[in-house]
Design a protein around this ligand. Structure first.
Ligand code: NDP
Ligand code: MG
Length: 387
């Protein structure tokens, strides 16, 4: 019998993490959970540690708990690490084969790099990492002869659609987007959207930040940039189409005109399971499409006036260099400001555009240059949201 794949999950208590745990539970003959990392919510981490008898847990921010208070919440033989060091420790554990990275933002960037260097397979949900540093991450994967599997549903779909084909025969890739909650809302009503409303996605059940990014379509913007790095596409080869049902997760159009699409219900368990078991397959944990029941698949072009975050992402894609890092950082700050009611929904793209215009876009010579651009963009956009 094949040995089980040993998995570490970053963001184990989140939306992706929780689905990943369902997949591991259902396929315990093929997968073994070895380690988990989370942010600050200790109790749900401890619950997972108890269920899977974990020896390694990383709590990024244990607040003001003492080491002993923290330790007492976990089984006796669980070792607890904290902060960035804890993430890097978890990513490089000898007994881990694959790291699923599903933490919001770029916190796990360094740990992701270390995991690649330690020859771990990567399942990457944290799109922000590639948006910011794809230029350095992808060559690193190649250098270490590694495997980076896209967990984001669109990119997972494209990965599956490319299987058995050469990228030199690709005319373009087509990312589908649900269009979010505000696809048809009258423009004047967009100004008064509250964070509580924006977080409710019509099709997907996701974390807070990505749900708001979906309603502004900044999420699709980030995915456009993510796709460039994952599949080595030129900006002109990347298209976005609105597909409100979220059943086709993306498509590849080949030079001969054939279009290959990947379909499954709008539930992340499909993409997560594909990554965790790759290249094997096994029965899914959720029901799939029932073709005996009628359903329709609709498509329309995205409206760049309604969704300036998407327009800006295509600009950023062409600009390259540090522009994607600036876009990502400014968006994160703007979303946080929106959640805290400091800016309105329509201010989110304005903060991103202001930040892009007020900083110089330069070719980065190292990851450090990108990190510096990220920090500068955060400072600049934060000032804008505090005015
Ligand atoms: P959630 O907000 O649901 O979960 C985030 C997880 O990360 C939580 O477990 C959280 O722990 C943990 N976390 C927060 N900060 C840290 C930290 N510094 N170190 C370690 N863990 C931390 O997010 P999602 O699951 O929705 O998204 C995760 C990533 O996956 C994002 O990059 C998103 O863009 C991407 N993604 C998500 C999809 C989805 O369907 N949800 C689809 C495609 C991509 P705690 O609760 O303690 O804060
Ligand atoms: Mg996606």
């Amino acid at each position: 019998m094949k040995p089980r794949r040993r998995v570490a999950i970053f963001g184990a208590t989140g939306s992706i993490g929780t689905n990943a745990i369902r997949v591991i539970r259902a396929h315990s003959d093929q997968l073994e959970l070895i380690a988990i990392a989370g942010g600050s919510r200790v109790e749900p981490l401890a619950e997972i540690a108890r269920e899977f008898k974990l020896k390694h847990v990383s709590v990024f921010d244990p607040g003001n708990q003492t080491e002993k208070e923290l330790k007492d919440q976990f089984p006796g033989d669980t070792s607890i690490t904290t902060g960035l060091e804890g993430l890097i420790h978890t990513a490089t554990l000898e007994e881990v084969d694959m790291v699923l990275i599903a933490v919001v933002g770029i916190t796990a960037l360094q740990a992701c790099i270390e995991a690649i260097k330690h020859r771990k397979k990567i399942a990457l949900a944290s799109k922000e990492i590639l948006v910011m540093a794809g230029e350095f991450i992808m060559p690193l994967v190649e250098k270490y002869d590694g495997l980076l599997l896209p967990t984001d549903s669109e990119h997972n779909a494209i990965f599956q659609c490319l299987s058995g084909n050469s990228t030199k025969h690709v005319r373009n890739i087509i990312l589908t987007a649900s269009g979010g909650r505000y696809r048809n809302t009258p423009m004047e009503q967009l100004a008064v959207i509250t964070p509580e409303e924006a977080v409710k996605h019509p099709n997907w059940n996701m974390g807070q930040k990505i749900s708001i990014d979906s309603s502004t379509m900044a999420n699709k913007g980030l995915e456009v940039i993510e796709a460039k790095w994952l599949f080595g596409m030129k900006p002109a080869q990347i298209e976005v189409v609105i597909h409100p049902q979220s059943i086709i997760h993306s498509m590849v159009q080949y030079v001969d005109g054939s279009v290959v699409a990947q379909m499954s219900p709008p539930n992340m368990s499909f993409a997560i399971q594909h990554c965790l078991l790759y290249p094997d397959r096994a029965p899914g944990v959720d029901p799939t499409i029932d073709f005996a029941k009628p359903f329709s698949l609709d498509f329309e072009a995205p409206d760049f006036t309604r969704f300036p975050c998407l327009r800006l992402a295509f600009d950023v894609l062409k600009m390259g260099h540090t522009a994607p890092a600036i876009y990502n950082a400014a968006n994160e700050i703007a979303v946080q400001a929106f959640i805290e009611n400091r800016i309105s929904f329509l201010d989110i793209p304005k903060v991103i555009e202001f930040t892009l215009e007020s900083l110089s876009i330069t070719p980065p010579s190292s990851i450090q240059d990108i990190i510096d651009a990220d920090l500068e963009a955060r400072e600049r956009s934060l000032k804008k949201t505090l005015k």
